[in-house]
Design a protein around this ligand. Sequence first.
Ligand code: IFM
Length: 477
Amino acid sequence: MSESAQSAPPVTFPPAFLWGAATSAYQIEGAVREDGRTPSIWDTFSHTPGKTADGETGDIAVDHFHRYREDVAMMAELGLNAYRFSISWPRVQPTGRGPAVQRGLDFYRRLVDELLAHGIRPAITLYHWDLPQELEDAGGWPERDTAYRFAEYAQIVGEALGDRVEQWITLNEPWCSAFLGYGSGVHAPGRTDAAASLRAAHHLNLAHGLGASALRSVMPARNAVTVSLNPSVVRTVSQDPADLAAGQKIDDLANGVFHGPMLHGAYPETLLAATSSVTDWSHVRDGDLETIHQPLDALGLNYYAPTLVSAADEQASGPRPDGHGASAYSPWPGADDVAFHQTPGERTEMGWTIDPTGLHELLMRYTREAPGLPLYVTENGAAYDDKPDPDGRVHDPERIAYLHGHLSAVRRAITDGADVRGYFLWSLMDNFEWAYGYGKRFGAVYVDYTTLERTPKSSAHWYSRAARTGELPPLED
Ligand code: IFM
């Protein structure tokens, strides 16, 4: 450890700060055929040869569906006071329309009751990428009707759980759903159609707006409705006007395309101009922007690494980071004139650069974009190649350093005026990392994929001390 880190003053957090961890349904639940659940687009995609590493699927995942009691007890033992999880849409509404399956909802009722009994505050994400396959067969997110189906689903879940869950997140990372799902095709449903990806983005925005209204129509007013975005912290290799224009384009396609309508009621003019060769945006109907521009109670931000770009005529120094996997198709419609560069510095197992300053920047930016809105870091974390030692302990000092750096950045942002109310570590435990299968371990808790035994890593113990004391423990020697 560096001397300055040793001698630095303690990093302390406000008493009401939420110390949470996050997961999502398809990544941890398994039990994909139980209680009437039908396939989602991720079941179909992961069962399609060549789509995920080693053909891995979420069929069993980490079997949280059957082990949720053990998992909640483990969170309580770690001293977490919040848990963000997602609802599997096809478990609750198998065809994506019509009445709910009560057995599906019952699982989440039991989970929520267990959390509350352990003093852990639940935060529900309604959509973390597992669209019922039947809705994809009907056109998926590029079709407007999917947004209305989402609102119906939101209402069902809001009615069932709104009496006991106060924090609601409509969508997780709609950028990934739209641009990795329908643009580069590295995520389900694996389509590669630039115009469809922009229509998907708009219909996800519309789903957020309709879903937020639906939730509010059935839930107590005290409940908070928000969304988890994964905005890019876009940096340019120089201040050259061509590089700055490239940066603006990626900022629009990563950030403005969602926060524009959600926070300001309009798509950025620069986005409309940059994508005019791909779509005329006639899928945006009168009244949509008002629907999307719902007052939010908070804003969720997911952050992993910054993005470095230049105009395309410069030599890019590394492989183009396409988000979550390589593809011949770009997830950036209309941005063929932008080059992506590897940011300097140490990287995690995903190849993502470790840069806590990006998280500070992001929190300060959204303090300006959404003045007065409480912020939550709804995901942040790192994958490492963790392995148990001969005594069965899992020592992950790199993850501790990552968490220390990023939580310190959150604290600096609070000092600088950002109203950050909580932090959800990604992820509670190792799980199915989408197209990467089980090869990338993001968990604070190690999962042995043969026995499914859970072992808290040293980072979990470190985070536990932070959660219990409200102060970051020192880095390990
Ligand atoms: O595992 C994912 C999660 O589902 C969404 N945000 C990024 C994580 C790491 O890739």
